[in-house]
Ligand binder design. Structure first.
Ligand code: HEM
Length: 540
């Protein structure tokens, strides 16, 4: 999204979720909290049965009725969760105005509960605010666990599983060449080109739509929808999510800013979920559509009378793939560039291994992947150092359960704290907050290899169990190709200001559901080792 457009949109949104609460709305919340607490007390005063006799996991002490609600920062709560984990343990409990919340801060607890007990922990919290009122109902991310979820998941998986992703390799290669060519002509536009070509992959894969410029309408709409979503604060944590009945009151009770925000959200979700689908459907029936995930699903669901079965699920699956993919992977590639500018020694070592293999005669291909462990280690560290979804996306339990002698009630919001898992000193002891791909490497007689007993950050970054990110193979393929090709072709360094001082990137990322770096400056110089190849491939 252009910065001007970004600013315009930003003006219509609440600056932070904290502003979503005004005095009037707070009094509704407090009234409802008392009501719910009273009802709970009335019903709960009987004898406790089964797991109910067990204690909740430990956690910070809250206040009556509101519980921990006022202790939780609405911005980047995962940082506070990480601090609480140090005091209360890897699995701790919070009460948010009567809503049970369990936060998982270790890979083991995520694996034990969200993966191994996936039949219990694969639902999503209500999310009534964005789902029922903001137009996000199309998205599988907000879909409750059930038949519609399974159908959407099947539609997405058949396009993005490992074999579906392999079918996209040629297209990814073509786009990588265009990416490099654009950078050779205008290296200072690395952020714009990253967004454009990463988006181009997914638009082609999803709708057969060719992105030809930096201001592609589909990518812009996806950005707008995501920015609006992020401005709503922690998804699932608004009072309307806790008590959906509040959603039937006029939005103005939460203040004018909030009411305007909901109108903007509705507009942006309407655009992403109708425009590309209507266009591709038209082309499909005209016989002019380029084969894509959309055309496969339309063919599979076409009736002889030209109606389409499961149209809402098809449209929703396409839309969320294009929104998710175009924004999330871009942030990881930006993180790679920033890490390379700040860690020139790592960059040199990785480039030496690439030069040894390619001899400056060709660009890297996927067949080289196993022979380039250093590149693999950088990819792992990029996912770990600045996780793109640092607070995870909450799951919800659908039955009472027991874990390590503690009670997890049905309906608990299960938050997996990706940041705490990635910075866990037991898993990553050597300066967990620093960028260091060598933690994944061993060196044997000058040859690098991957250490096998270190946790793979991909096991955490993409989530857990039946909700694990379905785009992980596609993201991994493009990330690897981007890292290997950019290292092979460019020297990546800090730009200098007029006085000759390096311009450092801001390591405080923008935080929302997706964490991404702020605009940064970077110097890209074609590598001399690749000079003749780049000249013959791109410079005519
Ligand atoms: C670096 C890149 C990416 C990261 C780190 C990432 C991470 C995640 C995470 C943490 C989740 C939540 C999983 C859970 O609830 O347990 C998720 C869900 C999802 N991701 Fe990704 N993702 C990435 C790229 C992509 C791409 C490229 C696509 C599509 C092509 C995609 C599509 C989705 C979808 C549709 C869901 C919702 C799944 C569900 O609710 O069942 N993601 N992703």
């Amino acid at each position: 999204m252009s910065s001007a457009a970004n600013e315009t949109l930003a003006k219509t949104l609440p600056a932070a979720s904290a502003s979503l609460f005004n005095t009037q709305s707070l009094s509704y919340i407090i009234f409802l909290s008392f009501l719910v607490a009273g009802i709970k007390f009335w019903y709960g005063s009987g004898q406790k049965k089964g797991y109910e006799r067990l204690p909740f996991p430990p956690g910070p002490k809250g206040i009556p009725i509101l519980g921990n609600a006022l202790q939780l920062p609405l911005k980047a709560p995962w940082i506070k969760f990480k601090d609480w984990a140090a005091v209360h343990g890897d699995v701790f409990y919070l009460s948010m105005m009567g809503q049970h919340v369990v936060v998982l801060n270790s890979y083991e607890s995520g694996l034990d509960l969200l993966h191994k007990r996936g039949a219990i922990y694969s639902d999503r919290p209500g999310m009534a605010l964005v789902r029922d009122h903001g137009g996000w109902k199309f998205s599988i991310v907000t879909e409750p666990y059930g038949d519609v979820f399974h159908l959407k998941r099947r539609y997405i998986n058949q396009a993005l599983n490992p074999s579906g992703t392999k079918k996209q390799y040629n297209m990814l290669n073509d786009n990588m060449r265009l990416f490099i060519q654009s950078l050779l002509q205008n290296p200072s536009k690395i952020q714009a080109y990253n967004r454009m070509y990463t988006g181009a992959n997914i638009m082609m894969m999803t709708y057969g739509h060719q992105v030809t410029g930096e201001d592609d309408e589909y990518i812009r709409n996806a950005d707008d929808a995501m920015i609006t979503l992020e401005a709503s604060g922690t998804i699932g944590a608004h009072p309307i999510d806790m008590w959906p009945i509040l959603g039937s009151l006029p939005f103005s009770i939460w203040g004018k800013k909030f009411a305007d925000h909901m109108v903007t959200m509705k507009k942006t979700t309407n655009l992403v979920s109708t425009l590309p689908y209507d266009n591709i459907k038209q082309k499909f029936f005209d016989g002019t559509a380029v084969p894509s995930m959309a055309t496969s699903l339309l063919e599979e669901n076409l009736n002889p009378d030209k109606t389409i079965n499961n149209e809402e699920c098809i449209n929703g699956s396409l839309a969320i793939v294009y929104i998710g993919a175009s924004l999330i992977t871009v942030a990881s590639i930006d993180t790679f560039i920033i890490a390379m500018m700040l860690n020139l020694d790592v960059q040199r070592e990785a480039q030496e291994t690439i030069d040894e293999l390619l001899q400056g005669e060709r660009l890297p291909t996927w067949e080289d992947r196993e022979s380039l462990p250093y590149v693999e280690a950088i990819l792992k560290e990029v996912l770990r150092w600045k996780p793109v979804v640092p607070g995870g996306i909450p799951h919800r339990s659908i039955q009472d359960d027991e874990y390590n002698g503690q009670f997890i009630p049905k309906g608990t919001m299960m938050i997996f704290n990706v940041l705490a898992m990635m910075y866990n000193p037991k898993e990553f002891p050597d300066d967990p907050e620093g960028f260091n791909p060598r933690r994944f490497l061993k060196s044997d007689g000058g040859k690098y290899g991957l250490r096998t007993h270190v946790r793979d950050p991909a096991d955490i970054a993409f989530g857990f169990g039946r909700r694990v990110c379905p785009g992980r193979h596609f993201a991994d393929a493009w990330l690897w190709l981007s890292i290997a090709t950019l290292l092979a072709t460019f020297e990546i360094s800090l730009e200098l200001d007029a006085a000759g001082n390096p311009i450092l990137p801001d390591l405080e990322y923008e935080v929302g559901l997706v964490s991404h770096p702020k605009p940064y400056k970077c110097l890209l110089k074609p590598r001399s080792q690749m000079a003749s190849l780049l000249a013959s491939e791109f410079n005519h």
